[in-house]
Design a protein around this ligand. Structure first.
Ligand SMILES: Nc1nc2c(c(=O)[nH]1)N[C@H]1C(S)=C(S)[C@@H](COP(=O)(O)OP(=O)(O)OC[C@H]3O[C@@H](n4cnc5c(=O)[nH]c(N)nc54)[C@H](O)[C@@H]3O)O[C@H]1N2
Ligand SMILES: Nc1nc2c(c(=O)[nH]1)N[C@H]1C(S)=C(S)[C@@H](COP(=O)(O)OP(=O)(O)OC[C@H]3O[C@@H](n4cnc5c(=O)[nH]c(N)nc54)[C@H](O)[C@@H]3O)O[C@H]1N2
Ligand code: SF4
Ligand SMILES: [Mo]
Length: 713
């Protein structure tokens, strides 16, 4: 038996794990007590890594689809065919005819993070998509406009705050997002333990709300209104004090002029919260000592996502809580991804059919299906997907599904034959997580404490198997165009990169990072060797104030009132009147579950066992009005489709709001996920509307889809 350490890559919490291995199998997985960040915490999903490693359904050899059958082919054949067919589509129909979608697990795989971008750049297609635009795009847009860098995302200083205001997040279940904080539950309890408060604003009384001091129902999509009402109170009552941001912030007057138009009385009905409740919340927040407002998926995936994300940060700034201990702070990761990546750009081009804006070179994925099924110059005819399942993850998945069936060519880099990858012509399965090394480039940059942890591979990959990064690297050179010399050059470059591998690039990133090499006084600094020598991780200390030095804006000032965002307030104001729910209609929101992970990990028997998770939760009054009881079947209908799901009657729901989790719907034909198919559920994204986006950012607006619910005989 051997013992190994490893960071869990299933969610953003980066828990340290200790695995015991015998012969060829994992025997136990437990929390690593010596990890400076996770301190022994794990959730039930961690053991899923064992199931994933051993899963007979996990693909191990490249496959080619021949009719409805799949045939194993060699790597060389698979990669050559992929490159040739992608090139042929681009030659015949132009660069934009090949699209790429990169899904969420990409960010948990540093090989993909380092090697997929050169491939995507080599495609030079405007049709570049990712999970960003069904997730955190509005947070990134706000950061880009306010701080000058799309990844300069403020993180709640959870361990020192005295007041945490949570909007549209359920970290007790999701384990934190854009806030890497293993064992969130204990950290929230600690806030209360030191006399602080936790307040949750959510249309559902969540697991996080259950351990908070207070919970307020908000109508889906009401956060921007609520925040405007709170800010109005602070300005009206003279409670604005910028603290650390005093003297480095522009636009305070513009913010004042905007919020003056939104007294709490004006926004109360739209938020579902009383005017006095809004005032009291603003006062409590401003007088709490170090306080932090934290908004997550519920605030970004809505009609006014960018405004809501912006206003969360404005609230932190004007109460003196940005860049303050116990407030919203910035990380200083050992690999400074901010200096290694672009600051971002917005709206340089628009999508062909609907004119949605690009952000950081990507178009909103809500536009992907229409770019495939709308004929004309620039139509998508081939698709590359990686680590994703957009049929289940993006709005109106059924339309996407129909569009995928009509593509000339599709290739998927994925571990499974899932609801999306079953449409591929070629499937390229990479090694599993325990078969390659790992370093969290993204999540160390979003953690509530600066740490660094590197994981070695635990298992040797099977003979001939490819890592994600090797697949990208090989495809990149095989796609190279131009003269013979150009192509040879591309191949030489790929060979050099292959020798470095992800850990070589990591080494370079560490050397130029804040703990890296220095000339004066001379120091070699932190390198991969040090990380290898510290398998439980290295503590680099708490978050520290860093403004204005850290700002990426040209003038090194914080832009509190970017014109683009201020300009969007008119749209929000216009919607204030005439946004009453249709009679009989309900607002649909999502839900995450501890044992589920977006559209996957449903093929682990122990993670799916127990009561069905894909249920429609509905308030008792709304259920009674429709003759629905617990366990009954309900038909849920939206503009784009209908599903039938079992009902769970629960007063944790806000009246008028129903909830259904995403990532289910494994009953589709042709999927090779035996256990998941036995617990299929339905896909909420057969109801969500690809036309419902935050019109400013193009991000999907999942929150508040108008639906009808009726008993299904
Ligand atoms: N209605 C609604 N829809 C949502 C959401 C919501 O709240 N409501 N949430 C959205 C959010 S926040 C996100 S991030 C998206 C996520 O949606 P997607 O981007 O589709 O990501 P996943 O569902 O996590 O993708 C899972 C796939 O990645 C593969 N995979 C896992 N690890 C690896 C790896 O290392 N390499 C490769 N090549 N493949 C791998 C798995 O085999 C699986 O097939 O869903 C979004 N969709
Ligand atoms: N167990 C588990 N953990 C996960 C994931 C998973 O699928 N399962 N997914 C991972 C991913 S990709 C991400 S992005 C993170 C997301 O992390 P979180 O943002 O914490 O995820 P959710 O649990 O979806 O929380 C969103 C909350 O917003 C609420 N909400 C919906 N609409 C509104 C609204 O209009 N206003 C307000 N104020 N609230 C609203 C919902 O009721 C829900 O409680 O979780 C990550 N962690
Ligand atoms: S909380 Fe996230 S990182 Fe920690 S064990 Fe669970 S899935 Fe893994
Ligand atoms: Mo996400």
């Amino acid at each position: 038996m051997t013992t190994h350490t490893r960071t869990c890559t299933l969610c953003e919490a980066m828990c340290g794990l200790v695995l015991e291995i015998e012969a060829d199998g994992v025997t136990t997985i437990r929390g690593d007590q010596d990890d400076p960040l996770s301190r022994g915490h794990v959730c039930p999903k961690a053991v899923g890594l064992k199931d994933l490693h051993e899963d007979p359904d996990r693909l191990r050899r490249p496959l080619r689809r021949e009719g409805s059958a799949w045939r194993e082919i060699s790597w060389d054949e698979a990669l050559a065919e992929t490159a040739a067919r992608l090139r042929a589509v681009q030659d015949a129909h132009g660069r934009d005819a090949v699209a790429i979608y990169q899904g969420n697990p990409t960010v948990h795989n540093y090989g993909s993070m380092l090697f997929a971008p050169p491939f995507a750049r080599a495609l030079r297609s405007k049709n570049t998509y990712s999970a960003t635009s069904v997730d955190q795009l509005p947070h990134m847009l706000a950061a880009h406009l306010m701080f000058g860098h799309q990844l300069m995302l403020p993180v709640p200083d959870l361990d020192r705050t005295r007041f945490l205001l949570v909007l549209g997040a359920n970290p007790v279940v999701s384990n934190g997002s854009l806030m890497t904080a293993p064992d969130v539950r204990r950290r929230l309890e600690a806030i209360r333990g030191r006399g602080g408060r936790v307040v949750v604003v959510d249309p559902r009384r969540t697991e996080t709300a259950a351990i908070a001091d207070a919970h307020h129902f908000v109508r889906p999509g009401g956060d921007a209104y609520l925040l405007l009402g709170m800010l109005h109170t602070l300005f009206a009552e003279g409670r604005v004090a910028l603290g650390p941001c005093e003297g480095l912030t522009d636009g305070l007057g513009d913010v004042r002029r905007v919020v003056e138009r939104f007294p709490p009385e004006r926004v109360a009905a739209r938020t579902g919260m009383g005017a006095e409740t809004i005032r009291a919340l603003a006062r409590d927040f401003a007088s709490a000592g170090p306080a932090v407002a934290y908004g997550r998926v519920g605030t970004s995936t809505q009609e006014f996502g960018a405004l809501a994300c912006w206003l969360v940060t404005v609230l932190n700034v004007v109460t003196g809580n940005l860049d303050r201990e116990g407030g919203a702070m910035f990380t200083r990761p050992a690999v400074d991804v901010l200096k290694q990546t672009g600051r971002g750009h917005f709206g340089r081009w628009k999508s062909r059919v609907r004119g949605l804006p690009e952000f950081g070179g990507e178009l909103p994925v809500a536009a992907m299906a229409e770019e495939m099924d709308t004929p004309g110059e620039g139509q998508i005819r081939a698709l590359v997907t990686s680590a994703g399942n957009p049929v289940l993850s993006t709005p109106n998945g059924a339309r996407l599904e129909r569009a995928l069936a009509g593509l000339d060519f599709m290739v998927s880099v994925d571990l499974y034959l899932n609801e999306t990858t079953r449409f591929a012509h070629v499937l390229l399965p990479p090694t599993g997580p325990l078969e390659h090394d790992h370093y969290d480039l993204a999540f160390h940059a979003l953690a509530i404490r600066n740490t660094a942890r590197y994981s070695e591979a635990i298992f040797e990959p099977a003979e001939g198997a490819r890592h994600d990064w090797q697949i990208w690297n090989e495809l990149t050179w095989r796609m190279a165009r131009g003269s013979r010399v150009d192509r040879v050059r591309a191949r030489v470059r790929a060979a050099a990169l292959a020798r470095l591998g992800p850990s070589g690039l990591l080494e370079a990133g560490l050397r130029v990072g804040p703990h890296g090499a220095r000339a004066y006084p001379p120091r070699l600094g932190l390198g991969v060797r040090d990380l290898r020598g510290a398998p439980h991780g290295i503590d680099l200390g708490p978050l520290e104030p860093c403004l204005p030095g850290r700002l990426f804006t040209r003038d090194r000032r914080l832009a509190l009132a970017p014109a683009l965002l201020v300009g969007d307030v008119a749209r929000l104001e216009a919607r204030l009147e005439g946004d009453a729910p249709a009679p009989g209609g309900l607002d649909l929101i999502g839900r995450r579950e501890l044992r589920s992970n977006n559209s996957w990990m449903h093929n682990s028997a122990r993670l799916v066992k127990g009561p069905a998770r894909c249920t429609l939760r509905i308030h008792p009054a709304d259920a009674a009005a429709r003759g629905l009881r617990d366990g009954a079947r309900a038909r849920v209908t939206s503009r784009v489709g209908a599903v039938v799901a079992p009902v769970e009657v629960s007063d944790e729901m806000m009246p008028g709001v129903v909830s259904l989790p995403h990532g289910w719907g494994h009953g589709r034909p042709g999927v090779r996920l035996e256990i998941a198919a036995a617990h299929p559920g339905v896909s909420v994204n057969d109801l969500t509307d690809e036309q419902a986006v935050d019109a400013l950012s193009g991000n999907a607006a999942f929150s508040g889809v108008r639906v009808e619910v009726a008993a299904e005989p």
